[in-house]
Design a protein around this ligand. Sequence first.
Ligand code: LLP
Length: 417
Amino acid sequence: MNSFQMVRGRLMAESVAVKSLASRYGTPLYVYSRSHIEGQYAALTRAMAPVKPLICYSVKVNTNAAVIGTLAELGAGADVVSGGELYRARRAGVPPSRIAFAGVGKTREEIEYALRAGLLFFTVESEPELDRIAECARRLGRKARIALRANPDVDPETHHYISTGKKENKFGLDLRRIERAYRRAAAHSSLEIAGLHMHIGSQILNPAPFAHALERVAGLCRRLRARYPTFRYLDIGGGLGIQYKPGQHPLDPARFAKVVLPFMKEWGLSVVLEPGRFLVGNAGILVTRVQYVKNGPSKKFVIVDAGMNDLIRPPLYQAHHEIVPVRATRGKIVGDVVGPICESADFLAQDRQLPSVREGDLLAVLSAGAYGFAMASNYNSRGRPAEVLVHGRRHALIRRRETREDLVRGEQRLPWR
Ligand code: LLP
């Protein structure tokens, strides 16, 4: 399903012309399609229907309240990794009983905030963290539900920065240590053993690594189930990959389900999934305006008004994002699409065949709904872009463009001179 289509030479976001959005809200501009999010959520729910999973949307991927709220309305829970994300999820209407709290570095303050909210569970990544959660729960007179995160040491076949289930990664507990850690958890009266968590990586296109991970924890899950009556949840994280390039095959939910369902049905546990990119990646584009076309001695540069501060994925992960014209043009050029930031890493595409563009033309960077705005910064003192949500013929500003005043908000004058 594609909610961004060329119709008679004009790029449309559902039923709205992208050009009109750029004129109305300015550029650079993130545009999201609500129908695309709904379609992805429905496809995953359908494929996994035999186990009726709880889909905890991974909030880090796109933190806008309208996006989280859309998913909450559809019935999703949330996967959060900080007090800030927990705050956002609750504010957007996600019931605490559907929120899982992950991450290797939870502070005492964050743990207490989460305990007061009363979450689905904490995923726990180390023994000291386990002890800290137990201590915080004891102090507050609460019981903390926990799921230990297993590191199954499998290769998810993705970029090494975003693989998380190999033994050299900082995440989770290796399979030799984890059973001892469960015994340690059982000894804390302020903890309740709720389940097992895994998340092996992101942008995974082949379902086999999920099967390998599940095979590795199969024996463990059976033993834990038998040993702990409260052990009920199997959370296999997110990671489903999407299409960024033409011809690339996304991880279709049916293929994913075929591989993971046999394990889940056999174990009879309540299944939790934490997809992020799959739900919102192709629901978003970044619209940018060409400022200059510069002919360098060895290549052409299309200098646009979006930079690495707006979308860092190309330089950070060598990620490919398709770039299309907002209004179809005839000729083609080859060059780099670069931003205004003072870094040579500031590119959106390199040596790319592009529509022939002129100053003032609009381009759309596709597949920008996941880890786009969420990883944007104010580097070079640039305000972050506005965000708009489209639904059919309707469109609404869901985050205004940052102003120069926003850049200095929070800074204080020195009390001495
Ligand atoms: N659950 C946990 C515990 C995670 O750490 C992540 C992502 C997810 C779920 C969601 O994964 P997804 O379904 O989106 O693959 N910034 C990188 C990706 C980093 C992934 C971090 N963890 C990128 O732009 O490719």
